[in-house]
Ligand binder design. Structure first.
Ligand code: HEC
Length: 115
């Protein structure tokens, strides 16, 4: 990719984040996310949560805004993310990574009353 294209892509990602109903920092996984995720899944770490965040931002905001993780219930996310995977051309593994990221961020935002 040409350097200016990378630059444009960065601007695009930042613009999408600002269009999102929540501020960009709200979507970033934190240390609290890692410990929360580890209560549910053994191998979840900051790298996979960060990967989920990047996939979510890059793949899930193309057709509609990026939904705030606290906007929907856990059940709704568990239904919608797998349904959206094929639309976003994701592999089942990528879909699972996004689902774990969103569910984790949701729990942490609710716990911190940061919603
Ligand atoms: C190709 C376009 C497209 C992509 C990419 C896409 N979506 Fe969607 N999404 C839609 C459409 C259209 C709807 C409206 C309901 C329907 O048709 O199912 C929707 C609905 C939703 C809903 C339900 C919203 C509501 O108010 O009930 C959620 C949640 C959602 N998408 C999450 C995601 C996630 C997470 C991703 C990334 C994995 C994603 N979407 C990627 C098109 C897309």
């Amino acid at each position: 990719m040409m350097p200016h294209k990378i630059f444009l892509k960065k601007i695009f990602v930042v613009a999408v984040l600002f269009l999102c109903c929540c501020s960009p920092s709200l979507l970033l996984p934190t240390a609290a996310d890692v410990s929360s995720a580890n209560k549910k899944w053994a191998n979840e770490d900051s790298v996979s949560l960060r990967h989920g965040y990047e996939l979510y931002v890059n793949k899930c905001g193309a057709c509609h805004t990026l939904y705030r993780p606290t906007k929907f219930t856990e059940e709704k996310w568990m239904k919608e993310v797998p349904a959206m995977g094929p639309r976003a051309n994701l592999t089942p593994a990528q879909t699972e990574i996004i689902l774990r990221y969103v569910l984790t961020r949701r729990e942490v935002m609710l716990a911190q009353k940061n919603n």
